[in-house]
Design a protein around this ligand. Structure first.
Ligand code: COA
Length: 443
């Protein structure tokens, strides 16, 4: 900003500061100088631009927030054009290769990788909080036999707020810590109970001898054996999937958690909002849609005809395209490798052949290339989940378990951000104004 001007002041000499935006309001002829910081202008700086004293002031219009930053965040970095994803500065490829989900959850929440002692304590705290109150089990049993597990998860995580009424003391760091531990620890238990419910099988209690992914597999698949022993290849592939899904900056569900959390509600209710957002087919439901699409295509030979339908605008190629990535989603590459590990244990999923053919054709086709549509994380994750014997209704649940750490990291950041207030957008009102009420007999 030039030294002669202050934010919002009319620039009298036309000098252009290096970090400002000069705006002339052609309705009034007035010129304003708006500061730019971090490549961003503040929407509130436009409010001073008025045609007269009674004018509310200029607003910005951005449905779906396609070009609006809603927060400052130090958690996850994405460069969609370059296909880069980093948690707290660590590339996703290195974390997927060398870390565990539990360690990544620590990183997301605390900002640094833990020391050995910190990690041991973190694991211990999470492990001893995996059980849920018996009444949670009882009310989950009250859901219909064919209840969607994501609906069960949404309801049950929200209900945890009634078991921990102290959770609404969100200004207390100690309190926030214990709710953080509880949420990360209990989410797999709720998810597995929802799965067992759908299968008509008895719920399995956590086995605290097992690590996080192994215990989840135990709660999902244990039958009559005294001790469930997870296949280490499957447990590791699951851990990698959890790492890949842990956070993705301001996506739809994270935005929901932040928006709901901005009312200062407890974190269980805010996370329930995140689960609800993740339920939608354009977000967490996309891998379910991928599998349905692959099943509908039936054979590799039908792929060209299907692609023609997509290009004609009849439907979307599910698992392709992303609001942020305009390049290959880096998570899709890692997931493809994890799929191979799982298929080694379970046998190859017959739908894989169709998926590979779709990917091959789409990556060469002008329609997809010109729109920068590449496979996203959901294109392959569904194939892995299906190979693990999961019904498609469990797919968004598998996403919600690890995303919980990201949601909480974002929620914690928001709660401590002095600039944040209750999230409340503006609108452009397009309806009627001040009409006389018409009595029923006169309509
Ligand atoms: C993810 C998604 C919602 C992002 O949408 P977006 O950023 O709003 O992108 P747009 O809808 O503006 O798409 C831009 C263009 O690409 C097309 N397009 C986007 N995704 C497409 C897909 N999966 N298949 C076919 N065409 C697609 C749009 O029709 C549009 O074409 P046009 O310019 O001719 O109108 C969208 O790509 C999509 O619906 N993908 C399928 C669902 C999915 O896999 N979701 C998981 C996200 S992790």
């Amino acid at each position: 900003m030039s030294s002669e001007t202050t934010p919002g002041q009319v620039s009298d000499n036309g000098a252009v500061g290096s970090e400002t935006l000069t705006v002339t309001d052609n309705r009034t002829g007035q010129t304003y100088e708006i500061p730019i910081s971090d490549g961003t202008v503040r929407a509130m700086d436009f409010r001073q631009m008025k045609v007269d004293e009674d004018d509310f002031g200029l607003m910005t219009y951005d449905p779906a927030f396609t070009n609006t930053a809603s927060c400052r965040s130090a958690i996850t970095f994405i460069d969609g054009d370059a296909g880069i994803l980093e948690y707290r500065g660590y590339p996703i490829e290195q974390l997927a290769e060398q870390s565990t989900y539990i360690e990544v959850a620590y990183l997301l929440i605390h900002g640094e990788l833990p020391t050995k002692d910190q990690l041991d304590q973190w694991c211990q705290e999470i492990t001893i909080h995996t059980f849920v109150h018996e009444n949670v089990k009882s009310f989950m049993q009250g859901f219909r036999h064919d209840a969607h597990p994501m609906g069960m998860l949404c309801g049950s995580v929200g209900a945890l707020s009634t078991f921990y009424p102290d959770a609404n003391d969100i200004q207390d760091p100690e309190n926030r810590h214990i709710q953080t531990i509880r949420l990360i620890a209990k989410m797999p238990t709720l998810a597995a109970f929802a799965f067992r419910h759908a299968m008509g099988q008895p719920y399995v209690y956590p086995d605290n001898d097992l690590p996080y992914p192994g215990n989840f597999l135990n709660m999902m698949y244990k039958m009559t054996e005294l001790k469930y022993e997870p296949d280490p290849r499957v447990a590791r592939a699951l851990d990698v999937l959890f790492i890949l899904h842990a956070d993705h900056e301001q996506n739809c569900s994270t935005n929901a958690v932040r928006a709901v959390g901005s009312s200062q509600v407890d974190p269980y209710s805010a996370v329930a909002a995140g689960v609800a957002a993740l339920y939608g087919p354009l977000h967490g439901g996309a891998n379910e849609a991928v599998l349905r699409m692959l099943a509908r295509i039936q054979t590799k030979d039908n792929v060209p005809q299907f692609i023609e339908g997509v290009k004609a605008g009849n439907e979307k190629l599910m698992g392709f395209g992303h609001r942020v990535y305009k390049n290959y989603d880096p998570r899709a590459r890692i997931i493809k490798a994890a799929a191979d590990d799982v298929f080694e244990v379970t046998g190859v999923n017959p739908l894989l052949e169709i998926a590979l053919e779709l990917e091959k054709i789409a990556l060469e086709d002008e329609y997809f290339v010109s729109r920068k549509l590449y496979p996203n994380v959901d294109f392959y994750s569904g194939l892995i989940y299906e190979a693990l014997g999961l019904p498609v209704s469990m797919f968004p649940v598998m996403f919600a378990i690890p995303r919980t750490s990201g949601w909480i990291a974002q929620w914690l950041e928001m709660v401590q951000d002095k600039e944040q207030k209750i999230a409340r957008p503006r609108q452009i009102y397009t309806g009627e104004r001040t009409r006389e009420y018409v009595p029923m007999g006169s309509r």
